[in-house]
Design a protein around this ligand. Structure first.
Ligand SMILES: Nc1ncnc2c1ncn2[C@@H]1O[C@H](COP(=O)(O)OP(=O)(O)OP(=O)(O)O)[C@@H](O)[C@H]1O
Ligand SMILES: [Zn+2]
Length: 839
């Protein structure tokens, strides 16, 4: 940088130069050393955010990992351009955690930083800027200078500006100090992608106009006039009844939510007239997600069994750091967590509770909010970036000592965790597949807890085999809770043979007679039904009855899924879509038929079979909008829906009173999936969805449709015989070298040219054979899906001996091999991905 920081003067002071190692959010496997300008030297420290130049033009936010006096040997250190904080935004424990994650999951610490920090905390030349909707210049305590005002004006006109736009608006080169200042003044928000743009929730409210509010006489006169207009009078009376402004004048400024009037059945046009005549006024209030909510007083009393489990948990945690709470569906694990969280908070520790994305419902949030009020933060991926920044800062300032969140909440700036809870720990969505870091949030949470010397509780009705294995080998503590709370009993299971019904002509629209009759019965009793099929869309594919042609994605090696709703064929891997062909492009036949079962088709069949029932569907396609999932749950909860069809979204955590029948449409599909965990997953998914039935007095019924009812797994599910199922599967895993007996690392090679991808994968494979650790290498093989988004995919699977440091050695070696290969000109554009524990 020119002489922004008085470069000339610094030259003379060589001996007192200081340097900082900075983590920057780029996929490069190291930190960069920058020079600390003299004017920052006393203020800067580990975990502070700084603005640095990277490459020729880029400006990035980095985080300081280390301050020292050693200049880099290979390059001339550039100066840090600016300091964004006057305190650490990231604490040293987090930096250790990031470093651990980068090493364990074979990625760059910059990738971890990128995943960890919300984009609002990462100002860069790629950032976009918007006005903070809650900013009000008239009431803001911070005056703006001319340039800031110009920029704000431009933002107000344009809606958003890129970093470069900001530079050209003001005609200057280094825009970051101005942006930084506006962020501090809370006038603007920084974001990364357009979809993140923050629009706050606004509520329309009504209050009494000043003239009437301050002058009682005037109001009396008004009532006199309104006596001939009873509807308007009614509206005004309602307001004064809800907001007694004469007894408590301070209440008027907040007024009353507008919807209160319509909900009370009062005339909307009268309200409008009163506003027009200046009696009432309407204003907009921005609703924060972080409303002050006071905990409610209500105390929970644990049942005898819950109490026993609690005592045992505490006992076990005296010795063990991690504990598996194996409590059947509906056993009341949540209430046990609540008691433990309360105790941890009372002792001054922080608490983190992780839930899978789709289990983080209003219901769960509401339940915990009742107990913990606004000292609890909620961290959800559907929240805007700005809301995530608020939670981050809440944890940093100590305002939020308890966070309930999805997998990314492990990155929040906790500094004294005492307890970490991972609920539904078996859930596969704790694993992040793309992009790097490809971490398993449950495993990472255990590491995080260890760094804090905190305890971890893993909870599930159907534990993952890894966790159960760790419990059986005494690495984890173990507490079982095998009784449902209250009077509720486990449901009755019935296997329904699809082939038998088919032969007898009893199969109608893919429903066996038993399932149809059970649904009918439930409907008659005004009970609710869940139908589970883990496949969205109408049908997995369509096919020509004459020549067998199947439409495929142009960019991926998969067939297109038929979505009847908008008459489209869609690729579930890259989003490619096209209209459904009228005739077969291969042979011209017009006999194209839908093959297989998706949720859309089941929804349609249900409407045909039960025309009087209200049917709804819950899958990725119906829950894309921010509140889509929530709305469906509310509809179902309030009884507006009789039958809910869904993918694995309906298997998690739902706790509704009136569900008595659960149908599993096609259990074989889950069971015969080509993956070593198919059995484990089938056990988990079927048990979990079954667990939604009969959670109150009335016993539930679960009907499993299958073509192979003799399969042993079904009988183990029915008997709740997790242990024997586990033992049997573990025998196979040991014989065929699968986790938890070995460590698996998957190495993926991708390139747009098939030959190049294959050759690179082969080369790497050969090189890996020479890594001197005990291992089995499988591959390289075309991926299960051979091409995604025009990139051909080859995979090698390494199975490593878990003992000793074989995995660590292997990881280090592959990183080096990949670097070596990539320096070869043929392979420069090949992408190699390493996925540690890829399941
Ligand atoms: N001590 C208690 N007092 C009152 N109600 C309770 C108590 N314990 C549990 N419940 C109620 O029992 C039901 C089941 O509890 P909860 O949802 O915590 O089960 P769970 O173990 O999480 O089940 P799942 O694994 O199926 O989600 C809930 O409606 C809950 O409110
Ligand atoms: Zn595709």
């Amino acid at each position: 940088m020119e002489d922004l920081f008085g470069g000339n003067i610094e030259e003379k002071e060589d001996s007192s130069r200081f340097f900082a190692d900075v983590i920057i959010p780029v996929p490069i496997p190291k930190m960069f050393t920058y020079k600390i300008p003299k004017n920052f030297r006393d203020e800067i420290g580990i975990g502070f955010r700084v603005i640095v130049q990277f490459g020729k033009k880029k400006v990035l936010t980095g985080v300081i990992a280390k301050v020292h006096q050693k200049p880099p040997a290979a390059y001339e250190a550039k100066p840090i351009l600016d300091l964004l904080d006057n305190h650490a935004t990231v604490n040293p424990l987090q930096i250790r955690f990031w470093a651990w994650m980068a090493e364990y999951y074979c990625c760059n610490i910059g990738d971890v930083m990128n995943a960890a920090l919300p984009s609002g905390l990462k100002l860069s030349s790629e950032s976009k800027i918007q006005v903070n909707p809650t900013f009000d210049q008239d009431t803001s305590p911070y005056p703006l200078d001319d340039r800031e005002e110009t920029l704000l004006q431009a933002l107000a006109n344009k809606g958003e500006l890129s970093y470069e736009d900001c530079e050209s608006v003001l005609g200057i080169k280094s825009i970051h100090p101005i942006i930084k200042s506006l962020v501090i003044k809370e006038a603007i928000l920084v974001f990364e992608q357009v979809k993140e743009k923050y629009s706050p929730k606004v509520e329309s409210r009504i209050r009494l106009s000043k003239a009437f509010f301050t002058d009682k006489k005037k109001l009396e006169k008004l009532f006199h006039e309104l006596s001939s207009k009873p509807k308007q009078e009614e509206v005004l009376l309602k307001y004064l009844q809800e907001v007694p402004v004469y007894r408590q004048p301070e209440l008027n400024s907040r007024g009353l939510e507008k919807s209160v009037f319509s909900e009370a059945g009062l005339s909307a046009s009268s309200l409008k007239t009163l506003i027009k005549n200046g009696v009432l006024e309407e204003y907009k209030l921005i609703i924060s997600r972080f409303q002050e909510a006071a905990p409610s007083k209500e105390e929970i009393t644990l049942s005898e069994y819950q109490e026993k489990a609690l005592v045992k948990i505490k006992e076990e945690l005296q010795e063990k750091n991690t504990l598996l709470l194996h409590g059947i569906t509906g056993s009341g694990k949540t209430e046990i967590y609540i008691t433990l969280i309360k105790e941890a908070l009372a002792s001054g520790s922080q608490v983190l509770m992780l839930l899978p994305e789709i289990a983080l419902t209003t219901h769960m949030v509401g339940r915990l909010r009742q107990v913990f009020g606004s000292s609890m933060g909620v961290y959800h991926s559907k929240y805007s970036d700005n809301e995530r920044v608020e939670v981050w800062n809440g944890v940093l300032s100590g305002k939020l000592s308890f966070v309930l969140g999805v997998r990314s909440s492990i990155f929040l700036p906790f500094d004294s965790l005492g307890l970490v809870i991972v609920d539904e720990e078996h859930e596969s969505s704790f694993k992040q597949f793309d992009p790097a870091p490809r971490f398993q949030a449950r495993d990472a949470a255990i590491m995080l807890a260890w760094l804090h010397q905190a305890k971890t509780i893993l909870g599930s009705a159907t534990p993952s085999f890894e966790s159960f294995y760790n419990a059986r080998t005494q690495k984890y503590g173990y507490v079982a809770l095998d009784r449902r709370y209250g009077e509720a009993q486990l449901p009755e299971y019935i296997l329904s043979d699809i082939l038998v019904d088919k032969k007898k002509n009893l199969l109608k629209l893919d429903f066996t007679r038993l399932l149809r009759e059970s649904i009918q019965e439930a409907l008659k009793n005004q009970e609710q039904v869940l139908i589970f099929q883990n496949r969205r869309g109408y049908s997995p594919y369509i096919s020509c009855e004459d020549c067998g042609w199947i439409p495929e994605c142009e960019h991926c090696d998969v067939s297109l899924t038929y979505h009847q709703f908008n008459e489209e064929m869609r690729c579930h891997y890259c989003g490619f879509k096209e209209k459904v062909p009228k005739t077969c492009p291969a042979c011209g036949s017009n006999k194209l038929s839908a093959v297989g079962l998706g949720t859309e088709r089941i929804e349609e069949s249900l409407s045909l079979l039960f025309p009087e029932a209200r049917v709804a569907r819950m899958d990725l396609d119906t829950t894309r909008s921010k509140f889509g999932y929530q709305r469906l749950l509310e509809e179902f909860g309030s009884g507006n829906v009789d039958i809910l069809v869904g993918t694995q979204m309906i298997t998690k955590g739902l706790d509704f009173d009136r569900v008595t029948v659960v149908g599993v449409m096609d259990a074989d599909r889950i069971l015969f999936f080509p993956d070593f965990r198919a059995g484990e997953r089938a056990f988990q998914q079927i048990t979990q969805v079954a667990g939604r039935a009969g959670r109150r007095e009335k016993k539930g019924k679960v009907i499993i449709q299958t073509r192979k009812p003799e399969q042993q797994i079904f009988h183990q599910i029915i008997q709740g015989d997790y242990k024997n199922f586990y033992l049997q599967e573990m025998g196979d895993r040991q014989r065929f070298f699968y986790p938890p007996f070995v460590k698996i690392i998957k190495i993926v090679t991708r390139h747009k040219d098939y030959k190049v991808a294959e050759r690179a994968a082969r080369n790497l494979h050969h090189l890996m054979e020479d890594i001197p650790v005990k291992k089995i290498l499988l591959g390289p093989e075309k991926g299960l899906i051979g091409k995604i988004k025009n990139q051909f995919i080859f995979e090698t699977i390494a199975k490593l001996d878990k003992s000793g440091n074989a995995p660590a050695q292997f990881k280090q070696a592959i990183n080096e091999l990949i670097n070596e290969l990539q320096s070869h000109k043929d392979f420069r554009s090949v992408r190699f991905l390493i996925d540690v524990d890829p399941y």
